[in-house]
Design a protein around this ligand. Structure first.
Ligand code: GAF
Length: 367
């Protein structure tokens, strides 16, 4: 029986942008994400029937009795059911609930719409139960939902960014220590803008490409006799040992990316954010040539943004489509947007959309 009389409570979680450090999380490496000022909002009421009812405009309503098991609920509802399942698997007893969900995070843009949804639902279900799990522990629970219920072999970058980010800061994530250190971004002080360019070329993780990249990295670590690529000390020697094949190129990208994150963090800490620009572009180039997870739309967006004066740009997130993050002097934003728009027209691509962003707050109560 529903308890319609109970007051509605609200939780929300942001999408995330990864400034630099992709495909490093499952290699125990480093990343530098921040929370997007676009959020998934969950309006929640407890239900005494133990059942979860979830609705979201444009999607079919979902009703299920947790815990259930992976496969019971498919489509968008699998993210909701997966979280309820993973919470219960972890011994967190959450109640039935009525959830009304809306999201401003674009789907398929590499901005972590799915983790935004999962984190908001997790906080809502825990909140209704009066539980306040440690946020890093919650991130691991949500990873379990994603890996074992939804079926995407993703790491912890997104959940940690979504749950731990604070306004106006970048979140320096160490995937081995499972730590997040807020680093002041200093954007306005330095006259800089972070510009998200959504290429509208949708990406998809549950296909084989993400899993294949992960397997190649694990194969590289195995051949090198290290627990994870993070443990490689002599990069040049390791790359020689791996030989000249696909596994070496995947590893070269990851090893370089870890170094680029650490370099970027040092620059940001020193108040030299502008100098991170070229590091972003190097990261994109390594993704394009070595990790091979870019597509023409993101390559054209990066190239045209940089040609128009962006300090640097790279595809953000898992790849195979999605968004680019560009670092731009604030006075140059109009030229950069115009150049990307023109390049997309010339290539016959669907128009890109632009969103200047400031690092926002992580998941929590309220909208
Ligand atoms: C996706 C995954 F969910 C993350 O764990 C991470 O691997 C990212 O791709 C690439 O950095 O967002």
């Amino acid at each position: 029986m529903r308890r319609e009389g109970l007051p509605e409570r609200v939780w929300s979680a942001p999408g995330r942008v990864n400034l630099i450090g992709d495909h490093t999380d499952y290699n125990d490496g480093f990343a530098l994400p921040f929370a997007l000022p676009l959020r998934t909002v969950v309006r929640a009421r407890p239900c005494t029937d133990g059942v979860i009812h979830a609705r979201s405009a444009g999607h079919e309503d979902v009703t299920f009795a947790p815990p259930g098991q992976p496969g019971d609920v498919a489509g968008w509802g699998s993210y909701v059911a997966g979280v309820a399942w993973a919470l219960q698997q972890s011994g967190l007893d959450t109640p039935g609930a009525d959830l009304t969900i809306s999201s401003a995070v674009p789907v398929g843009a590499g901005l972590s719409s799915s983790h935004s949804l999962e984190c908001a639902v997790a906080l809502a279900l825990c909140g209704l139960a009066g539980l306040e799990p440690d946020r890093t522990e919650l991130a691991r629970i949500i990873q379990r939902a994603e890996n074992d219920y939804v079926g995407a072999p993703t790491g912890l970058l997104d959940q940690m960014a979504v749950l731990h980010s604070v306004p106006d800061h970048l979140s320096f994530f160490d995937a081995r220590a499972l730590s997040v250190e807020p680093v002041p971004a200093g954007l306005a002080d330095q006259g800089l803008v972070l510009l998200v360019i959504d290429t509208n070329a949708p990406h998809q993780h549950v296909d084989g490409a993400y899993a294949e990249r992960r397997q190649a990295c694990e194969e590289a670590a195995r051949r090198l006799g290290v627990v994870a690529l993070r443990d490689v000390e002599d990069v040049a020697a390791a790359l020689t040992e791996l030989g000249d094949d696909v596994v070496m190129r995947r590893a070269r990208y990851v090893l370089g990316e870890n170094a680029r994150v650490l370099q970027s963090v040092d620059l940001v800490r020193a108040g030299r954010l502008a100098e991170v620009g070229p590091v972003l572009t190097q990261s994109h180039e390594a993704a394009r040539t070595d990790f091979e997870n870019t597509v023409p739309e993101v390559d054209v967006a990066v190239q045209s943004a940089v040609s128009a004066g962006a300090l640097g740009a790279r595809m953000t997130g898992g790849g195979f489509g999605g968004a680019v993050i560009a670092l731009v002097e604030s006075t140059r934003v109009p030229q950069v947007e115009a150049a990307v728009t023109q390049a997309f027209t010339e290539h016959g691509f669907t128009a890109a959309t632009f969103l200047p962003v400031t690092p926002a707050r992580g998941a929590g109560t309220g909208e």
